[in-house]
Design a binder for this molecule. Structure first.
Ligand SMILES: [Zn+2]
Length: 304
């Protein structure tokens, strides 16, 4: 049996590979992909075939057994008998509800994950049916009430209940961002069919979900209508107002940038995009919010 240290190294590498694989495309993986995930030359099942908690048993193809739960998942299905009422609770942590029956059976390995402070995967289902993967830790456990609290980071969870208001505020913001960003990315990149709205570049790893109303702004939102799928260059160019996008979806490149002479990236990648129209999703409910676009465009136009 491998040491705890070896198991943590294995888990970290596996979790990184899962998140990286998701981000090659729209940040999500299907149930089929999670049921048969190729890692280090071996196909592994990463999600429970039926329930919410996956403790690989005798079917696990590796010689070494896992000490604790490998993954949990949250589905979007609103069933009448919804026992998985996962939600955000105090201190920015998330609540994960156990299956009925307390900590017996599957849930004992969740307790182990908490005791050993080892990372596990959390798959959150989006409306499309696919899952966004997260690395999480089990922070505290309330077996009598049938739930536990989870966080994307151990030290952040400690900081979230710190006595220092500043430390607490930072930790809460960070946790919130770490939980919302992957889902926001998945919604936006999938709505734009894994393409940059400006140049149509179609490589998931080179794409970001850009916020129209900045994330730091109180009125920001994680709705797809506050997002634009942009490649890295166009995302940064949009954030620093080298280019703007008006409410009619037209791209405007800053005057001084248009006059500049430089290599092919500036010429084809930026200057030639001036006055072009961005590509937006077909469905109204997914198109970028015109009011938000306009507010950002005013900022762009006001710069001197
Ligand atoms: Zn682009």
């Amino acid at each position: 049996m491998w040491s705890l240290y070896e198991e943590i190294i294995f888990r970290d590498a596996l979790i990184e590979a899962v998140i990286s694989k998701a981000n090659e495309d729209d940040g999500m993986l299907s149930r089929t992909e999670l049921g048969n995930f190729l890692f280090d030359g071996i196909y592994l099942r990463l999600i429970d075939p039926q329930g919410g908690i996956w403790n690989p048993g005798s079917s696990w193809p590796l010689e070494d057994e896992l000490r604790a739960t490998l993954s949990i998942n949250t589905t979007t299905k609103k069933k009448k008998t919804n026992i998985y009422a996962d939600k955000e609770v105090a201190d920015g942590l998330w609540r994960y509800d156990y299956q009925a029956g307390g900590v017996a059976g599957r849930n004992t390995k969740m307790r182990k994950a908490m005791e050993l402070k080892i990372p596990l995967l959390w798959f959150r289902q989006e409306e499309s049916g696919d899952y966004v993967p997260y690395k999480i830790f089990v922070i505290s456990d309330f077996p009598e009430d049938g739930y536990c609290l989870i966080s994307p980071d151990l030290s952040l969870a400690v900081a979230a209940s710190s006595e220092s208001p500043l430390e607490r505020k930072y930790a809460l913001r960070e946790i919130k961002q770490r939980l919302h960003q992957p889902a926001f990315r998945a919604r936006v990149i999938s709505a734009y069919e894994t393409k940059c709205a400006i140049c149509r570049l179609g490589h998931g790893r080179l794409l970001d979900a850009a916020h129209i109303t900045a994330d730091s702004d109180e009125s920001s939102s994680t709705s797809v209508t506050n997002g634009l799928s942009l490649c890295k260059i166009h995302h940064t160019a949009y954030d620093i107002n080298i280019l703007g996008i008006d409410a009619n979806y037209r791209v405007h490149v800053r005057e001084d940038i248009l006059k500049e002479k430089d290599g092919p990236m500036l010429l084809h990648g930026i200057q030639e995009m001036d006055q072009s129209e961005i590509w937006v999703p077909f469905y109204e409910s997914k198109k970028p919010d015109k009011e938000r676009l306009n507010a950002r465009f005013v900022e762009f136009s006001d710069q001197t």
